[in-house]
Design a protein. Structure first.
Length: 470
């Protein structure tokens, strides 16, 4: 029987553990936190289950992945209508966008600008200079949508000017990258991105998004997986004859012998843990694979509900956060009465001054931003809680591809090692993508313990087509 040690207890790691254990294998999962789910987990705050930011399970999920989650969660996997809104030039539009809402509510300046951009596209033009996130989107969507929405949002999320962001970010992060695709996506029965899927809905677990990881963890353990929480990886020794993983829990350390090591932790962290050491050029490239940090600021309010919307989006630079979610509305919960929670997402760098703000200062920052947006908090704030995520998003700065490929190529030839998942492949993907990667990895491990590298290479090419669902 082949023994697999999996690093990381997020959706990718737990998904892999579940599908391996379902085949009679007994993988070991190492997770440094005392809970599972990683950035896709949940925790309790003031009697409510809240998530680490806003998360949804999209209908675009692989049918096999979705079938597994339906089996594990049963009636707890709710189908919910998407009901958010976006602040555009001081006006509110429904999000996802709706044609009639756009006609009625879009700022006249914005509508006129988009119309001008459509006419401008009738005149052939030649592109100058290298492609960037900015040039790809402006060529496809026009100046107005980019200037008023995508470009300021990009500056907030990734902390870079659009011209400094790789064009890969545009292809992977913006599913409607041209005006034609955007229109087709808005129209009923359209043929744009998302055609053939249930649009305007999402799936969400009754007990918070982390219930996905918790259900996978429980089911994997029932089938023989060994889930070790609160355990750190100190070293990963790789050799043709086998792998050895040194782990630490409290004052105790242990060496695990494995036939395969599957990693879902950040690539840069993995490189530092490996023995033999990586070449200097690989170590340098791994350090330069930047990750955007995120502050999650939770306001506990003494009222039943703050608004009817599940999420508000703020592309403008005048508001310090990018998104505000209300967990009660995701799961249509009514309990507890007289209390709700808001979660504001503030992308930043861990060396930005705001990263060190205390709870009171961050609470004030969020309340001031909401007031500026015309959403003043009128009820009593019973508590402010903060969660700091040092590795929320990969930063696709211009030229990052060369650094990623250098690290990925070196990891790919290490004996008995596989790196996958959102963090393991430096991918700005959704949870359903990470779970699909896990299912594919399990599919590549033969009953005799051999890993089918050619099949995995085919899956990797498929992963390149993943586009993030908003």
């Amino acid at each position: 029987m082949s023994r697999v040690v999996i690093l990381g207890g997020g959706p990718a790691g737990l998904g892999a553990a579940y599908w391996l254990a379902s085949r009679g294998l007994a993988p070991v999962v190492i997770e440094q936190r005392e809970s599972v789910g990683g950035n896709a987990g949940s925790f309790e705050l003031a009697g409510l289950r809240v998530d680490y930011g806003s998360h949804r399970l999209h209908p675009a999920a692989d049918p096999g992945v979705l079938a597994t989650l339906r089996e594990l969660l049963g009636d707890d996997l709710l189908e919910r209508p998407r009901h958010g809104r976006i602040r555009l030039l001081d006006r509110w539009l429904h999000f996802p966008l709706r044609p009639l809402d756009l006609v009625r509510r879009a700022p006249p300046r914005f509508v006129a600008g988009v119309a001008t951009d459509v006419l401008r596209k009738l005149v052939p033009s030649s592109a100058n200079g290298p492609e960037t996130f900015a040039s790809v989107l402006e060529r496809g969507l026009g100046r107005t949508i980019c200037r008023d929405f995508y470009f300021p949002y990009a500056r907030k999320i990734w902390g870079l000017d659009p011209e400094a962001i790789s064009p890969t970010q545009a292809y992977k992060r913006v599913s409607s990258g041209t005006l034609g695709k955007l229109v087709r996506r808005l129209l009923p029965g359209g043929t744009g991105p998302g055609a053939g899927q249930r649009r305007g809905v999402f799936y969400y677990p009754r007990k918070g998004y982390g219930q996905i990881s918790e259900a996978l963890c429980e089911a994997a353990a029932e089938r023989g997986a060994d889930i070790r929480l609160g355990t750190k990886v100190a070293r990963v020794g790789l050799a043709e004859g086998g792998a050895r993983v040194e782990v630490i829990r409290g004052a105790e350390d242990e060496e695990l012998v494995a036939d395969h090591v599957w990693s879902t932790i950040p690539m840069g962290v993995l490189v530092r843990l490996l023995d033999p050491k990586a070449p200097t050029a690989v170590e340098s490239a791994a350090r330069e694979l930047e990750l955007r940090a995120m502050l999650l600021v939770y306001l506990v309010l003494e009222e039943d509900r703050f608004s009817e919307y599940d999420a508000h989006y703020f592309p403008g630079l005048d508001i310090p956060f990018t998104r505000l979610s209300e967990p009660k509305n995701y799961a249509a919960r009514f309990e507890p009465p007289g209390r709700t929670v808001l979660c504001a997402e503030i992308p930043c760098s861990s060396d930005d001054p705001v990263w060190l703000f205390d709870e009171a200062a961050l609470g004030d920052l969020v309340r001031e931003g909401l007031a500026r947006a015309g959403l003043p908090v009128r009820s009593r704030v019973a508590e402010v809680a903060v969660r700091r995520l040092p590795a929320a998003y990969p930063i696709y700065s211009h030229g990052y591809e060369e650094r990623f490929e250098r690290v990925d190529a070196w990891l790919g030839v290490q004996p008995r090692l596989l790196s996958f998942g959102r963090q393991g492949l430096y991918a700005h993907d959704n949870t359903h993508h990470a779970l699909y990667m896990a299912r594919c990895a399990a599919d590549c491990l033969g009953s005799g313990g051999d890993f089918d590298a050619d099949r995995w290479a085919g899956y990797r090419r498929e992963f390149e087509s993943h586009v993030v669902e908003d």
